[in-house]
Design a protein. Sequence first.
Length: 120
Amino acid sequence: MSYFPERKHPRIEFHQLPLVFSLRLPDSAPSDKPPRMEAKNISKGGLKFLCNRRFTLFDSLQIALFEKSSGKPMGSLQGRVVRVEEIDTGFGERTYGIAVEFGSIPEPVAALLPVSSPSK
């Protein structure tokens, strides 16, 4: 069963890729609450990550991707927040699922991602 049959690009779990991600925050985080982020999945169209900080719909975000083993920059992505969902982790800290849509994706990163949606 497909919950999002309109997806243009298949997603891959981020941990399967040899990448780490960094996010340039639109404003600084309070010193008593440093941001925690974990990338969940990525496609040629966007990225979903978890964060202890809430973002606003349509916020513009700058994301940088690096090779896990060497730290070599793999590309910079400009995106906008298209979904924000609060997640109960059971640990007492608010966590949000943030979905970001990309305008485009650098070729070195695109080469690591699936080309087309799996057949139905």
